[in-house]
Design a binder for this molecule. Structure first.
Ligand code: PLP
Length: 393
């Protein structure tokens, strides 16, 4: 490896699992996808038809063209309106929003804009595994607050993170735990951000996928120090079309724009057109409720199957998101969650994500996604996990 910086980045277990899944697919073998945060449904047909019409009937040149690197203004206006409707203070569509090629690019660009190498950046452990790669690539110092075994952060935890960091990066709803901030906690985070002058990066990739309650906004109480990063991968469900955004204080957003521009100049144009249509025509209201009902059914099927087949697995019922983060310590007696995840993938063709990829402490946990497979296959996958564990002992 030529670059030391790249050498420090860990090869991704999830990518290796996805490669195995593609091999199974090529071989015509069935497998169970409980690993990826992959939407279970395509985006609203009306929005896809709109893009298709503009492409095929109008042969519209603008769909192939560059857009401004901050994204189309009409889309930025639609994003500002949408965030306001969801309860966030309206960001300035001119200088306070930048559209990105996915949520990860948004996180990367904001952290780049807010830090120098060596700066302390706080994360709650377990944390979304991509955060570690971004933070180590940027050579910042990672300040960790470990929440095992309760997975609760609590006031002390937040105080620790905000008082010791220049930037705190959170996902809400969380990946992998699906934990959500309530309004008191959102207020606390905002107060800590403003009091300590610590920047909060609020990653809301799952913010419309609530089964109970709804999104909360630290942005309401501390405008200058909170930046929102969002993704359109989960809703409207276009992960392969790469679209996300940054919304927040204009000075931060404009610096982040310089970063995002370096890698890909502008976010994909057809994706921008699709999301603008989706937002402006309020398609979420028509499209998402039935998907949420189905995701809740899938979540409940996973819970039921875990209780029936693996009664000693411990987990919290998620109010939002796509995942159950399950404690398998009663079943993982030798080896780690990574060993178990590989065993399940290879022997039972059930894909899961080992807790080890989310930071120290995840050795006995697996993240199980309920968004992709229908309820009957979820139950079957869990019974296959039970069979593998029984055969192991
Ligand atoms: C917490 C969190 N943030 C951001 C993202 C980024 O998504 P994307 O880059 O696909 O927009 C994901 C994707 O799974 C995620 O789980």
């Amino acid at each position: 490896m030529v670059s030391r910086r790249i050498a420090s980045m860990k090869p991704s277990v999830t990518k290796a699992m996805s490669s195995l899944a593609s091999e199974y697919k090529r071989m015509g073998l069935d497998y169970y996808s409980l690993h990826a945060g992959q939407p279970g449904f395509p985006p609203a047909k009306e929005a896809v038809e709109y893009v298709a019409r503009r492409l095929m009937e109008d042969y519209d040149r603008s769909l192939f063209a560059y857009t401004p690197s901050e994204g189309l203004l009409s889309l930025r206006e639609a994003i500002a309106d949408d965030l306001e409707e969801l309860g966030r203070p309206r960001p300035d569509p001119y200088r306070g929003i930048v559209v990105t090629s996915g949520g990860m690019e948004a996180v990367f660009s904001v952290i780049s804009a807010l830090t120098e190498p060596g700066d302390p950046v706080g994360v709650v452990i377990p944390a979304y595994f991509q955060y570690f790669n971004i933070l180590s690539f940027l050579s910042v110092r990672i300040i960790k607050y470990n929440t095992y075994p309760s997975l609760v952060v609590g006031e002390d935890g937040w105080h620790y993170l905000f008082s010791n960091s220049k930037v705190v990066l959170i996902s809400n709803p969380d990946n992998p735990t699906s934990r959500t901030l309530d309004w008191d906690e959102a207020r606390l985070l905002a107060d800590l951000a403003c009091d300590y002058r610590t920047y909060l990066v609020h990653d809301i990739a799952y913010y419309t996928l609530y089964y109970e309650d709804g999104p909360t906004w630290p942005e309401r109480y501390c405008w200058d120090y909170v930046t929102t990063v969002g993704s359109y991968s989960k809703d409207p469900g276009i992960p392969g079309w790469r679209l996300g955004y940054i919304a927040g204080p204009p000075d931060i957003v404009q610096d982040a724009k310089k970063v995002r521009e370096i890698a890909s100049y502008n976010p994909p144009t057809p994706s921008q057109i699709l999301v603008e249509y989706y937002l402006k025509n309020k398609l979420r209201g028509k499209h998402l409720p039935s998907i949420l009902r189905e995701y809740a059914r899938r979540r409940d099927a996973l819970i039921k199957a875990l209780k029936a087949h693996l009664p000693d697995v411990k987990f919290k019922v998620p109010k939002a998101g796509m995942f159950i983060y399950a404690d398998f310590s009663s079943y993982i007696t030798n080896g780690t969650s990574e060993d178990l995840a590989w065993l399940l993938a290879k022997q039972k063709r059930v894909f899961t994500v080992p807790g080890t990829v989310f930071g120290e402490g995840g050795e006995k946990h697996l993240r199980l996604s309920f968004s992709f497979e229908p309820p009957s296959r979820i139950s079957h996958a869990v019974s296959r996990i039970r069979d593998a564990l029984e055969a192991k002992t």
